[in-house]
Design a protein around this ligand. Sequence first.
Ligand code: GUN
Ligand code: FE
Length: 425
Amino acid sequence: MKKIYKAHILYTKEKSHFEVLENSYVAVDADGRVTGVTTDLAESDSEDAEVTDFGDRLLIPAMNDLHVHAPQYRNQGIAMDLELLPWLQDYTFPEEMKYANLGYAERMYRRFVHDLWRFGTMRACVFATIHTESTRLLMRLFQEAGMGALVGKVAMNRNCPEGLSEPVEETMLGYEALIDEFNKPEALVRPIVTPRFIPSCTPEMLLACGELAAKYQMPVQSHLSENKDEIALVQTLEKESTSYGDAYNRYGLFGQTPTLMAHCVWTEGEEMELMKRNGVMVAHCPTSNLNVSSGMAPIRRFLDEGLRVGLGSDISGGHDLNIFRMMVYAIQVSKMYYQQNHQQPFLTLTEAFWLATKSAGGFFGRVGSFEPGYEFDALVINDNDLNHDNYSLLERLERYIYLGDDRQIEHRFCCGKEIKEPRIS
Ligand code: GUN
Ligand code: FE
């Protein structure tokens, strides 16, 4: 049945402009797609539709998290005293090894999915672990919740403890099993090819991942140019390559199918040109870059160059799962970058909102806007407790982004369906 929702509607079709419609209507068809947004509802529009009036609340697109590690959830907010490579060895790999245990995985993964829901993130690109069974479990939990996710069984077979290293053939068998169960064109939850990063994968593993992505036309996600020691290590491992990005490209893992690269803090020159040419998308993770002391990614430059960019929490390099807060961090980091480099304007609120909604949503399909044909992923925000003076609608949204949290989110929709609180046990 057709549904119509009334509220104050705010969204971004383009990065430099907010659509703000007071007391307006969004219509959603039986497939969960937006058919239109209007300020006046004609009698004929509502004839065979169910109309819900959200009164003085704000209705906005739901959040998308383009980079997050589900099995690092226990480590959220701890272990922030090292840079990337020792941080992985000392804190991250030991935690991920625990996911061989399905009981542990279920306890943690239920919490993780629940908390994405809590903060209004209806779609996520997720790293799991090497373990096929707990990855399958995570995918089923997303299905059970009704939320969208691209979930990656992690491919890794070097520079890690034995318990986190898996031979190439076993990894590929694991992928085939997950593909068989989940790789359906219109499904909300699908697998994504996920080589951890070049230092974790032998050339044979990288090649097998590239071939797998090509065989099933599957998307790819990994990490790129996050940390200076990491980049130096990649140079020694991939001597033929002219850049870190070029190394992925040689294995068919750099835009041959839709590709998402987390961080890109130190991306420039040839690597940036290659990303542009191949349409590789950036997952910008500002909190992670602060915590693991990686640096400041040149997001304004990426936008000027026409690169696609979205935001990621990168738990547990990042400590905050809330993508609204990620907009704030992205703006703040870009202000520091601007002051250090004196050339580029910092990110605006409109741009940050667009990055988290329409731009990031593009990796999942037509997601992140209320234009006709977009899947209706939305949040209803009751900001009564923050709205104590004559604020404009845009100021109300800005205050929610800076000051609000899950307490103000009253309803969440993914692809037209209201998503209720997922079970945690
Ligand atoms: N590079 C390879 N693995 C990881 C990870 O788990 N987190 C971050 N931030 N970077 C990585
Ligand atoms: Fe990461």
